[in-house]
Design a binder for this molecule. Structure first.
Ligand code: HEC
Length: 302
């Protein structure tokens, strides 16, 4: 088969073409499909192997057919064959060098004297890639011996402990960035301006209908006073927002619609309303006092 495109163009071209089609037809959301659906990686691997095996089969057939031609026809075939657009001469000669081919020595010179039914053996040099790798393993062995058996740089136990300590640090760091991991047991008052701003937005979008923008209360209780029906403090407030109020009172469980971090943000914002004076304060409800020492607000009401 005379082909202008050698295999190293055909295979990538077809492979990336099929990959492109796959990405076009499979919607992976905001990720490429091959990341969103790891099974497609198996598909791509299968396609790649298929393309390679097709190439191998074709070239094997070509080779067999070529052998069946007469010498003259072989000559004609070779001269008619189109040259590939690009041929990597230097790459090929490097490859042959790494394999230890010596073009100057004819095969007869290195042929060993046994011949089994036409199967001959050549006395080739060891391939240089193999020899140098062997030297490299020897060097590695010496360095390893000196470092770990003579100097005792570190041993497995130390390595294990180091990794364990690093893992602890990584977990702490992860928890810091993954604020969404908070729950009622781990939640703490957020003080970052950005968190409080986010909390304010969430409050304005979800809560003002019942609690008023300034927390003065309406259908829901006043959030600025020190009296709480369900309990004050970040943990209790987070729990109320997450799980809702008493049945039938109208305060739903927000964990369905707000993420843990969002509940922590809005809870922190609610705590921040403590002691403010709303325009239309609803009378204090609830028997739980928090913070326990009454701030000036309570005194002013008396
Ligand atoms: C449909 C009206 C309504 C909406 C919307 C609403 N709440 Fe409430 N909220 C209530 C009622 C009613 C209560 C009292 C629940 C009870 O008595 O068990 C309450 C109680 C609370 C309490 C506990 C107060 C206490 O004294 O213990 C907090 C904190 C609270 N809400 C925060 C929020 C936040 C934050 C939002 C927005 C994400 C919100 N609420 C949205 C009606 C509402």
């Amino acid at each position: 088969m005379k082909n202008k495109f050698p295999w190293y163009f055909r295979i990538p071209l077809l492979f990336f073409g099929i990959w492109g089609l796959m990405e076009f037809f499979i919607d992976g959301g905001d990720q490429p499909a091959f990341i969103a659906y790891p099974i497609t990686q198996a598909f791509l691997l299968f396609i790649l192997l298929l393309l390679i095996s097709i190439e191998l089969i074709i070239s094997a057939i070509e080779n067999v057919m070529f052998q069946t031609l007469s010498a003259e026809a072989q000559q004609r075939y070779l001269s008619a064959e189109t040259k590939p657009m690009i041929s990597f001469k230097w790459l090929r000669s490097l490859y042959l060098k790494l394999l230890g081919h010596d073009q100057k020595r004819p095969e007869e010179a290195i042929e060993l004297d046994h011949n089994y039914d036409g199967i001959r053996e050549l006395d080739n040099n060891l391939p240089p890639w193999w020899v140098y790798m062997f030297y490299a393993t020897m060097l590695f062995g010496v360095v390893y011996l000196v470092r770990f058996h003579l100097i005792h740089d570190y041993d497995q136990t130390q390595e294990f402990e180091q990794e364990l300590a690093q893992a602890q640090i990584d977990i702490e760091n992860y928890k810091k960035t993954a604020k969404n991991l908070v729950d009622v047991n781990t939640v703490s008052l957020l003080t970052d301006a950005s968190d409080l701003k986010a909390g304010k937005t969430i409050f304005e979008n979800n809560c003002v209908a019942c609690h008023m923008a300034d927390g003065g209360g309406g259908i829901g209780p006043n959030l600025t006073d020190t009296h709480w029906i369900l309990g004050g403090g970040i943990k209790k407030v987070f729990e109320t927002i997450s799980e809702g109020g008493r049945d039938g009172k109208g305060m739903i469980a927000w964990k369905q619609s707000l993420k843990p971090l969002e509940m922590a943000q809005v809870a922190s914002y609610v705590i921040g309303m403590q002691g403010q004076t709303p325009a239309n304060p609803k009378a204090a409800e609830g028997d739980i006092l928090w913070p326990e020492e009454l701030p000036s607000l309570e005194k002013a009401k008396e």
